[in-house]
Design a protein around this ligand. Structure first.
Ligand SMILES: NC(=O)c1ccc[n+]([C@@H]2O[C@H](COP(=O)([O-])OP(=O)(O)OC[C@H]3O[C@@H](n4cnc5c(N)ncnc54)[C@H](O)[C@@H]3O)[C@@H](O)[C@H]2O)c1
Length: 256
């Protein structure tokens, strides 16, 4: 999937999925802005990318919950590359109490975690859309989740300290609907919006969880970060010019 000449900003670009997305964008010929709250891992990633893809990767410190930080990201990207083709909303903000079972989630934590995530995706989209409107073109890809589409299978967490937090289900459903809302709102502006809903990604989960999760997959079950890249590159490329307002599940049939 060809991205030659395209400039793409990835929020949460230094994380598990983000770093693989940023590399895939460079391999496909694009330029990438790794935008992340974590300066250390973002800068380390960009050192590596810049050594292999000269002039096509920069780091920009970002807090998606801060308007001024998002504005600096847009200014920095424009100053370096002169245009922005796409925004990938991929950051994963959560507070220190995130990850509890339903009964233990406090009202404040629910509101804060949903707010930071959906609010961060909204705010980045709003600021970038303003830029895209002046440019007369833009593309937004939101990372949602299979859990924004189907309710969790709670039994797969039995015997592990893990759960699927209620905030996550709610905020990812929100991200999918935000995507559709924006897609229709930007009618006539040449700005398209789509979301990707990955299934679970391998990340040192307990064996019992892996076995239980995988039993619902068609071929593999838990995926690797690289398994999501083809769909991302498709949505960022001109091959998907008329794909708009869609949520693409990449989950090995897990949600069927
Ligand atoms: N890993 C999975 O299994 C999986 C599955 C489906 C969907 N997703 C979604 O994919 C996206 C990436 O997930 P991940 O697993 O790579 O997460 P991760 O935690 O590994 O990475 C998230 C990144 O976001 C950054 N971040 C956190 N708060 C931020 C803020 N306020 N501003 C800017 N950056 C901030 C972190 O520093 C981190 O680098 C998330 O939206 C997640 O919900 C992940």
């Amino acid at each position: 999937m060809e991205l030659k000449g395209k400039v793409i900003v990835v929020t949460g670009g230094a994380g598990l999925l983000g770093r693989v997305f940023c590399e895939a964008i460079c391999v496909a010929g694009g330029s990438v802005v790794v935008a992340d709250k974590s300066d250390a891992s973002g800068k380390e990633l960009v050192l590596d990318l810049a050594s292999r893809f000269e002039g096509r990767a920069i780091f920009c410190s970002l807090d998606v919950t801060s308007d001024s930080s998002v504005e600096v990201l847009i200014e920095t990207t424009h100053a370096k590359f002169g245009k922005i083709d796409a925004l990938v909303n991929n950051a994963y903000p959560r507070n220190k109490n995130y990850g509890k079972v339903f009964e233990d989630v406090a009202y404040h934590d629910f509101v804060e975690n949903v707010g930071m995530h959906v609010g961060g995706y909204f705010s980045c989209s709003k600021h970038f859309a303003n830029y895209f409107m002046n440019q007369n073109a833009g593309n937004i890809v939101n990372l949602a989740s299979v859990y924004g589409v189907v309710p969790p299978r709670f039994e797969i967490y039995d015997g592990t300290p893990m759960t699927m937090p209620v905030e996550y289900a709610v905020l990812k459903a929100g991200v999918i609907h935000l995507t559709k809302y924006m897609s229709r709102y930007f009618k006539g502006k040449n700005i398209r919006c789509n979301s990707i809903s990955p299934g679970g990604i391998e990340n040192n989960q307990p064996d019992s969880f892996i076995q239980q999760y995988n039993s619902f997959g068609n071929t593999k079950g838990l995926l690797k970060e690289q398994d999501i890249c083809g769909t991302l590159l498709f949505l960022l490329s001109d091959a998907s010019t008329f794909v708009n307002g869609q949520n693409i599940l990449v989950d090995d049939g897990w949600s069927l």
